[in-house]
Ligand binder design. Sequence first.
Ligand code: NDP
Length: 331
Amino acid sequence: GREWHLTARPHGWPKAEDFALREAPVAAPAEGRVLVRNLHFSVDPYMRGRMNDVKSYTPPFKLDHPMDGGAVGEVVASNAEGFQVGDHVLHGLGWREYASVPAQHAVKVDGSIAPLSAYLGVLGMPGLTAYAGLFDVASFKEGDAVFVSGAAGAVGSQVGQMAKIKGASRVIGSAGSDEKVKLLTEEYGFDAAFNYKNGPVAEQLRKAAPDGIDVYFDNVGGEHLEAAISSFNLHGRATICGMIAQYNATEPTPAPRNLALVIGKRLRLQGMLVADHQDLQQQFVQDVAGWLNSGELKYRETVVEGIENGVDAFLGLLRGENTGKMIVSLG
Ligand code: NDP
């Protein structure tokens, strides 16, 4: 089967030459493992960080080894109790056609409840990030005005809708195209949205949230975070989830110039990692499945077909070519 290797550590924006699609042998699964034919794998912003050789919360990808990440596939051979050929499983060995997965790292998923790709998005890691980041980390409460950046993406689109469902007084989103902005207000029920490429974020946010904001869900960092600090009401809370605006930066990026406002406004800026919130998994799946069923929660996916287009899908994600979760499907 084919698999994507990282062959050089990117400096700044990754280039196609930093990756290679290579053939690897497919063997019968060893004791305690299942052989999975991947059907979909995930490309995620955090993978950019794993391409650097720096110590972080996830280890760097090894050069000339297959990259990994979330995937769903079909068991084609099993040497593990409890797994049968034909089972669908979620696991962590994406970026390849065939994966030999230790049974304890495979979670059975049900394609009759939701399309299998949804376990990489709305019902998976990004969905839990939105749920935990809003309800737990930001201590969201009914009546809060919520601002979310990256609002048309996998995490952001769920944050805004979940806030509406739970009684936010106002939900504002920012995204990188007029089409995405339209989706936010016309389909996802955001009260206001703007295209951050159309003018200064602080000014656009002030117009969209004339009474200020209580919660900011940060997927972007930089100018967005600075604008949110300016628009915060007293005791505002920010979930610092991602800072995608600086993932390809080659120089340290400036901090928000207005950070001193944190003092007088008594703001709380709290970083999060979704892995710390597994305790919410059951409640998350129950709530989200219910909201999907009732039609209260909507989602989009951008599906790129073919493993050979996996790197292009990843680069497209960093450029904003996705609406909702970016998925690579292997047909
Ligand atoms: P998205 O689906 O949101 O895709 C990334 C989006 O980022 C693009 O579609 C693009 O949309 C936007 N973007 C790219 N460059 C910029 C920029 N310079 N300024 C503003 N927006 C930009 O990805 P996810 O939903 O998977 O992830 C969203 C964020 O959450 C990321 O920062 C990610 O790292 C973080 N994350 C953190 C987790 C945690 O545990 N802390 C877990 C999961 C995700 P546009 O067209 O709007 O520019």
